[in-house]
Design a protein around this ligand. Structure first.
Ligand SMILES: O=C(O)CCC(=O)c1ccccc1C(=O)O
Ligand SMILES: [Mg+2]
Length: 330
């Protein structure tokens, strides 16, 4: 079933969630929450994305609000702690928000910081997690191949589970993967996996050992599951810094994947100081529940953006809807 644009707009609420720490350059996360026949769903492409890219996120939002979720293989999802590019001294406080999490994902290569900052942060994470903790790092495309080789070599002593998107392009990922193979540190692709056609390109180029999948940008749970069936690589489901409703979309995707070997990046509700539900999908014993959170109308009111931001977002919904409609008519 497909909604009309009027259904989307009539049932949409635009909110802004305040964040504890700057992440991806933002301190407030805006999102459109839409109530569909299957429950609440979320449309929250980052504000700098163009309409074409954002239209895939709208397909994802419609999928979760208007189409039943697939059968579940599990009812909870193990999640990683997400450690922003904070000073090493703040690491224990960040990890304390992820009770029971055995895995941490650590941001590195932050502009304005040095490799020494990354080393200190990763060392602090290893100290808290102990030898059995799993540490993955994420450079968000910011190293060139030589910088990546140097940094991965320097950080390898902390025993890395994988390095997420060390460089920008698929060719660079393939090159860094060849160069670091002897160190035994796998490479994961995140930014290189945004469109439904990307995963096969990454796999064919031998550019990664692991794929990061995000439900909204891949056009929703069902599109993402088709990708999982197509590629041989192990996958990790991550949030795009969503409210608990978007996290629930990711959790339902993760729960439907037959083989889920790695912990997922779905603990990020812990990065907000407020959410759209009384029971955010926060990690408990290292896991989140696979459930649709009950959205609280009073919280939607309290978190609502001003009239101008609301208009900006609803206009964006309308423009993206027309792109989705045209694509489906092809
Ligand atoms: O994977 C995680 O731990 C959390 C999700 C995350 O890091 C993220 C959230 C929003 C945008 C980009 C990213 C990213 O993985 O780079
Ligand atoms: Mg990433």
């Amino acid at each position: 079933m497909q909604p009309e644009l009027a259904d989307l707009l009539a049932n949409a609420r635009v909110v802004a969630l305040p964040m504890r720490t700057r992440f991806r350059g933002i301190t407030v996360r805006e999102a459109v929450l839409i109530e569909g026949p299957e429950g609440w769903t979320e449309f929250s492409p980052f504000v700098e994305y163009d309409d074409r890219e954002a239209a895939a996120w709208l397909r994802g939002a419609i999928d979760f609000g208007w189409r039943p979720t697939p059968p579940l293989e599990r009812s909870t999802i193990r999640v990683n702690a997400t450690v922003p590019a904070v000073p090493a001294g703040e690491v224990p406080d960040v990890l304390a928000r992820y009770p029971g999490c055995r895995t941490a994902k650590v941001k590195v290569a932050e502009p304005g910081q040095s490799l020494a900052d990354d080393i200190a942060r990763v060392r602090a994470v290893r100290q808290v997690l102990g030898p059995e903790g799993r540490i993955r790092i994420d450079a968000n495309t910011l190293w060139n191949v030589d910088e990546a080789e140097h940094a991965i070599h320097a950080l390898a002593e902390f025993d890395l589970e994988y390095v997420e998107q060390p460089c920008a392009t698929i060719e660079e990922l393939a090159e860094i993967r060849r160069r670091t193979k002897y160190m035994g540190v796998p490479i994961a692709a995140d930014e290189s996996v945004r469109k439904a056609t990307d995963p096969l390109a990454v796999a064919n180029a031998r550019a990664a050992d692991v794929l990061i999948l995000k439900a909204q940008p891949l056009g929703g749970i069902h599109s993402a599951l088709r990708i999982v069936a197509e590629v041989e690589l192990p996958v990790v489901v991550s949030s795009a810094l969503d409210t608990s409703v978007g996290i629930a979309m990711g959790a339902h995707l993760a729960a439907a994947i037959p083989a889920l070997d790695f912990d997922c990046g779905l603990g990020t509700a812990a990065m907000f100081t407020d959410d759209v539900t009384d029971e955010p999908l926060l990690p408990v014993d290292g896991e989140i529940a696979v459930a649709r959170p009950v959205v609280n109308g009073r919280r939607l009111d309290a978190l609502a953006v001003d009239g101008e931001r609301q208009r900006w977002w609803l206009d964006r919904v309308a423009r993206c809807f027309h792109i989705v409609e045209r694509a489906e008519a092809l």
